[in-house]
Design a protein around this ligand. Structure first.
Ligand code: SAM
Length: 177
């Protein structure tokens, strides 16, 4: 299963920190790439630095408009999941989501255009209360993968954490640069 994320409509009063965290959750929870509109280019540098140190080929792709990418993904047979507090309860759709092949998950910032609700194969609510795109995305990715994402290897890592009961244990790989 390939999972990708589309972050749409960052608020003009900049939402950089939230958007960075949406990208970090996507990367750490097993998505392959994130598409973003209206974003500060520094976010890409931040995530690329994290890739360099902690591994993975996770990609940030800047886009002008969300519609062409969602249409392209539909043509590529991805199912579109739109995270919205108005959507179907995650508890009742998670099993169906796990049976799907490739998924693209849409998260909003401010008011999401009506068209996205119609384009989506699933509108999914992580509960029916407003909260945060970061938490909604993390919970959705966890329900779909049932924790398997935390066993994933991150290729090319210079540092690797060895989980430990007490303190910090980090394996450091020697590289020339
Ligand atoms: N009022 C906005 C709307 O009508 O879409 C909500 C904006 S909310 C701050 C930003 C994003 O967080 C939403 O677009 C949605 O993707 C996500 N989100 C917030 N609460 C959610 C929930 N309970 N379930 C799923 N997604 C949620």
């Amino acid at each position: 299963m390939v999972i990708e994320v589309v972050r749409i409509g960052q608020r003009l009063v900049r939402d950089d920190r939230v958007t960075t965290h949406v990208a970090l959750v996507s990367r750490a929870f097993g998505a392959k790439r994130i598409y973003m509109t209206e974003v500060n280019p520094e976010i890409k540098d931040t995530v690329e630095k994290i890739n360099k140190t902690w591994g993975s080929n996770f990609e940030i792709v800047f886009i002008d408009k969300w519609k062409p990418i969602l249409k392209k993904k539909k043509d590529e047979k991805f199912k579109i999941i739109h995270l919205s507090m108005y959507g179907e309860n995650i508890n009742s759709v998670e099993e169906d989501l796990r049976k799907e092949e490739d998924l693209v998950i849409v998260v909003g910032a401010e008011k999401v255009p009506r068209e996205i609700y119609e384009l989506a194969d699933y509108n999914v609510g992580v509960g029916s209360q407003p909260h945060s795109e970061i938490s909604a995305l993390a919970i959705l990715l966890d329900r779909i993968q049932k924790g398997k994402q935390f066993e994933m290897e991150f290729p090319g890592a210079k540092r690797k954490i060895i989980p430990t009961k007490n303190g910090k244990n980090v394996q450091v790989k020697e590289t020339r640069d």
